[in-house]
Design a protein around this ligand. Sequence first.
Ligand SMILES: [Zn+2]
Length: 276
Amino acid sequence: MVKVYWDKGHGGTDPGAVGNGLQEKVLTRKIVEYAMAFLDAHYIVEQRCSRSGDESKTLKQRTDDANSWGANLLVSVHINSAASASANGFESHIYPNAGVATVSFQNMLHAEIMQVMRAFGVTNDRGKKQSNFHMLRESKMVACLTENLFIVNAYDANRLKQEEFLKAVGEAHARCVLKFLGLAGKPVPQPVPTPQSVPQPANATRRVKIIDVSSAAILMDKPDRINGANIGTIPKGAIVDMVVPVAGFNNGNTGYYKVVYNGKTGYINAKFGQEV
Ligand SMILES: [Zn+2]
């Protein structure tokens, strides 16, 4: 199965960039978790990330982990910072002179993320860069690092404070990964087939046949074999229209059928009727 390694930038004792009440390590974790959840829900892929919670991991531990696991692709997610609070926008990085596959992945990822960010009012595309970063240099697979806006910039930080922005950016990363790797979709669960029901006319009449009596069943004025009055008899073998089965009184679990016989509506002991 195809393996994708997600690096949640920083973590633990290293908060990464801080500013405007935000910490980079918190944001990178959220973005990656949105990306992983998106792929996990819909695609056949194996995913691993550099930290599940807020652990401290060195850069070497991260690339060693990705390399020994045999990842096919590595995505390292970061938030940018600068001395000047006016710095803003999005940029992506690959290792200098990386292969064509890496360049192609950066092109796709960069375009996908910028498109989503534009929808949130981010206009500054700082470009596709080549950088001698540890995560890109020491990883053996196609790798790209994203710097998702500037934490020190008030306008950028206002976007980073929106959960829906982090989700959209995470899912943009995920969509690009699935396109680049050509991931297959998970089979859509098929609904359990329901038993074929026999089509019935809307007002189908139910009928019961009189059985298990010596000659006739007694038709009663109420569903109560002790207190009901006899209003007629229905001969054995007759088939009559049945209105509804009722529990009634004094007949335990057996109950009664409300039936119509010769224009009279009454009740018979259900043990003398068989629905036909
Ligand atoms: Zn960072």
